[in-house]
Design a protein around this ligand. Structure first.
Ligand code: NAI
Length: 342
């Protein structure tokens, strides 16, 4: 079976090729650096499987092009599927599958790493000491132990974050329409969103991007937060209204903000643009704040996660080959509203 692997990066190819070799899978993988979009879809019409990542565009418009060719499966090699129009895929007879949990720990550890970096200012002291400046002025942080952390979304990643923070003696509050019994047993207290925003010293986002969570963190909700709170977003960029965030940063609302994701990241993240001008004024403004740390959607990026991504993605495809149904099939009727692109 022919698989077109889009948005391919050299660091992931070897994980896929090794996994194919290990199982002697009868799959022909071809790697393409370009992203899937309505413009590039005609190039992959000859492939039964289109393997995509977070920035590929599998909107209705793209799927309308793909349905003219041989595509039977869109295999996401990530967890989030807000970039796929599930209903359009279903109408075109294309199955969509994902990797539901490749390493919740990778994302959780990166999240807590961002909190600690921003709190204890490792990023600033690293440069300072290298330049022979051993002063501590401006580097004061706070004990995490005893602080209240609010987790929005306690699925696989959110509960892994809770486990780490409870181990650091934090009080953990959470909001989730489907509370986790496991989290409750660990000592997580479920509260209303308003209560979480008002009481938390650090707020961290781990819900998916859906029409309900689009701009969940907006001006009104930021106003409910404690002055001097820290906000971390490793979920999806559009869960936060960036314009409202920048206004709040200018008013010194936050002690710090950590972002692994950004609303318009597709144009920038995963590319080396170091000799280019950043034309996105919101991203450029965010980069000027000394208390904002941005990483380029790298929270998932560990060896273990890449091994799991390769193993699960290929098993999903092979299951389609053998049974006609992918494992980890995403059914559109399970999601009463269509996820949003971004
Ligand atoms: P999951 O499906 O296990 O958990 C998501 C949780 O959010 C569920 O418990 C759900 O009930 C909850 N939720 C849904 N709507 C909510 C709302 N309005 N308010 C509060 N909670 C809500 O997903 P998982 O694996 O924990 O991943 C979470 C998100 O993290 C993904 O959707 C993806 O966007 C993001 N992600 C980011 C990565 C990165 O590298 N930065 C890597 C992997 C995932």
């Amino acid at each position: 079976m022919k698989v077109a692997f889009l948005s391919a990066k050299s660091y992931e190819e070897s994980f896929f090729l090794e996994e194919i070799k290990r199982h002697s899978y009868k799959l022909e993988l071809e790697f393409f650096e370009h992203r899937l979009s309505p413009q590039t879809a005609p190039l992959v019409l000859d492939y039964s499987v289109i393997c995509i990542f977070v920035h590929d565009d599998a909107s209705r418009e793209t799927i309308e092009v793909l349905r003219r060719g041989k595509t039977r499966v869109i295999a996401l090699r990530c967890a989030g599927f807000n970039n796929v129009d599930l209903r359009a895929a279903e109408e075109a007879g294309i199955q969509v599958c994902n990797v539901p949990a490749y390493s919740p720990n990778a994302v959780a550890e990166h999240t807590v790493g961002m909190m600690l970096t921003l709190n204890r200012k490792f990023h600033r002291s690293y440069w300072r000491v290298r330049e022979g400046n051993f002063s501590l002025d401006g580097l004061m942080g706070f004990d995490m132990a005893g602080k209240t952390i609010g987790i929005i979304g306690t699925g696989k990643i959110g509960s892994a974050v809770a486990r780490i923070l409870l181990g650091m003696q934090c009080t953990v509050l959470a909001v989730d329409p489907v509370p986790s019994e496991e989290c409750r047993k660990m000592g997580v207290e479920y509260v209303t969103l308003e209560h979480l925003l008002q009481r938390s010293d650090v707020i961290t986002l781990h819900c998916p991007l859906t029409p309900e969570t689009y701009h969940l963190i907006n001006a009104e909700r930021i106003a409910m937060m404690k002055d001097g709170a820290m906000l971390i977003n490793t979920s999806r960029g559009a869960v936060v209204d960036t314009k409202a965030l920048i206004q709040a940063l200018k008013r010194r609302k936050f002690c710090a903000v950590g972002l692994d994701v950004y609303e318009e990241e597709e144009k920038y993240f995963y590319e080396d643009l170091s000799d280019k001008v950043i034309e996105d004024d919101l991203l450029a403004r965010l980069l000027t704040f000394p208390n904002v740390l941005i990483t380029a959607h790298q929270a998932f990026f560990t060896r273990e996660a890449l091994e799991n991504i390769a193993r699960t993605t290929l098993a999903n495809i092979v299951s389609y080959m053998q049974t006609g149904v992918c494992t980890n099939l995403i059914r559109s009727e399970r999601y009463k509203t269509q996820p949003v692109k971004r």
